[in-house]
Ligand binder design. Structure first.
Ligand code: 5AD
Ligand code: SF4
Length: 445
């Protein structure tokens, strides 16, 4: 175990935006103990691997990532190694059995206590897989230390999830839903605004159910209104939404709140009612399509993105065809599709009466769905050529230092030549070229 005082911390983040946010909050708190972030794990005194268990693939990546770090730890006694997040919550002490060189294991609820956990782990191995008391859940208010301006920012509005989708491991990794008090959310938005953030994404596992735990009524539309009232909020986004909880008040927000971004990520998972029922999604295909129609009525230019799970137990060829048909009907701007991955302890693993879909068949269906999506995406990107969009300038392009990347309100990524002084500004960009995953453009006066 490390005997010197750790100073540099490296955090590797797998998984969703909740994990990205949690990693930021860990850095923010560890800064009070003199830790500074580094992006090279070899220099770090403390390495935290923030894990994801949503599918098997990200879970497997954790092991391969840990390999060389633990080797170094065995050879040199450094760095201190912590495993955090959803896999840590599930596998707990199993990590110590598999990897004796690990110092600290804690789940998502350990994030607010990361300082004391790290301190304790300097004396002895620490496992923390407790869920915190629901009352007074200590959402972390410290802001991530940042030397540069971050034009976009995440703000958590809830933790955990009260849904019971039969494929999903999240409720058992993150516990029941707890909504963050509105004043704390506003305070965080204001704090980020002072540092130049202008594009805000409210995050949670089921944001539409904000405030609705323990039988309460959703206060999500009120929350949107309150955040939107802050002048520096040039763009307001949120994720993830549940189609069942897209209530009229939330949908109406797109007509009332002009700076609510023209984009919504609304995971559908399947286009077949039979599959949706077995997934425990609590809505029908018709309901989903009604929500889409309503959204497009109140904000015609809204772009939609979604998630699909392919090869859920018992998914027939016909069920799959219905997902394809829904894809064609809605014409999503992007869709993320995953092969069903059985997660330990979830209800779907006990759907014994259902034929599992063979791995080969699932891969085949996934490929077909992704090809259709690709075509739709290309057509919709091509339709943007020649049009002008308001773009918020975010950061230099990863591929070309002379180009900058920004996003439209509808969440399309656009690359264009720009001066660094334009960072954080809204500019008009004419689209000159469509690529499969981004657009190329030029700033117009
Ligand atoms: N198998 C495959 N995909 C899953 N997702 C969640 N759980 C599983 C699973 N067991 C997908 C869903 C969700 C996205 C974040 O991950 O599509 O919307
Ligand atoms: Fe992965 Fe879900 Fe945990 Fe996010 S909440 S890291 S998606 S398992």
């Amino acid at each position: 175990m490390a005997s010197d005082t750790p100073r540099l911390v490296f955090i590797k983040t797998f998984g969703c935006q909740m994990n990205v946010y949690d990693s930021g909050k860990m850095l923010a708190q560890l800064a009070h103990d003199g830790f500074e972030p580094t992006d090279e794990w070899r220099r770090a005194d403390l390495v935290i691997v923030n894990t994801c268990s949503v599918r098997e693939k990200p879970q497997l990546k954790v092991s391969s990532f840990l390999g060389p770090i633990l080797q170094r730890k065995r050879d040199t006694g450094r760095p201190m190694v912590a495993v955090a997040g959803c896999v840590a919550q599930h596998d707990g002490a199993e990590f110590f059995r598999r990897y004796p060189a690990i110092d600290l294991v804690f789940g998502p609820d350990g994030v607010p206590r990361v300082r004391e956990l790290v301190r304790a782990a300097r004396q002895r191995r620490v496992l923390d897989d407790q869920f915190l008391e629901v009352a007074d859940y200590p959402f972390v208010q410290d802001l991530v230390p940042s030397a540069q301006r971050e034009v976009t920012g995440l703000v958590t509005i809830q933790k955990g999830c009260d849904n019971h989708c039969t494929y999903c491991i999240v409720p058992s990794a993150r516990g029941v839903q707890v909504s963050r008090p509105l004043e704390q959310i506003i305070e965080e938005v204001r704090g980020l605004a002072v540092r130049g953030t202008r594009d805000f994404t409210l995050i949670g596992q089921n944001v539409n159910a904000y405030g609705a735990e323990r039988g309460g009524r959703s206060r999500f539309a009120e929350l949107l209104e309150a955040v939107h009232a802050i002048p520096e909020v040039w763009r307001l986004r949120f994720t993830t939404s549940h189609p069942r909880d897209m209530d009229p008040a939330t949908i109406a927000a797109w007509s009332r709140l002009p700076r609510l971004a023209s984009h919504l990520h609304l995971p559908v998972q399947s286009g077949s009612d039979a599959v949706l029922r077995r997934m425990g999604r609590q809505y029908t295909r018709a309901h989903y399509l009604d929500v889409v129609a309503e959204l497009r009525r109140v904000r015609p230019e809204i772009s939609l993105t979604t998630d699909f799970i392919i090869g859920f137990p018992g998914e027939t060829r016909d069920d799959f065809e219905q997902s394809l048909a829904l894809l064609e009907q809605v014409r999503f701007m992007a869709s993320f599709s995953f092969k069903y991955s059985p997660r330990p302890g979830t209800a779907a693993t006990r759907l014994h009466d259902r034929e599992p879909v063979s791995a080969e068949e699932a891969s085949d269906r996934l490929r077909v769905l992704q090809e259709v999506q690709q075509r739709i995406q290309q057509e919709s990107n091509l339709a943007c050529v020649g049009r002008c969009f308001e773009v918020l300038v975010e950061q230099p392009s990863r591929h070309d230092p002379n180009q900058w990347m920004g996003r439209t309100s509808c969440f399309r990524a656009v690359n264009f030549p720009a001066a660094p002084s334009m960072a954080g500004e809204l500019v008009q960009v004419r689209i000159t070229q469509a690529n499969p995953h981004s657009l190329q453009g030029e700033v117009v006066a």
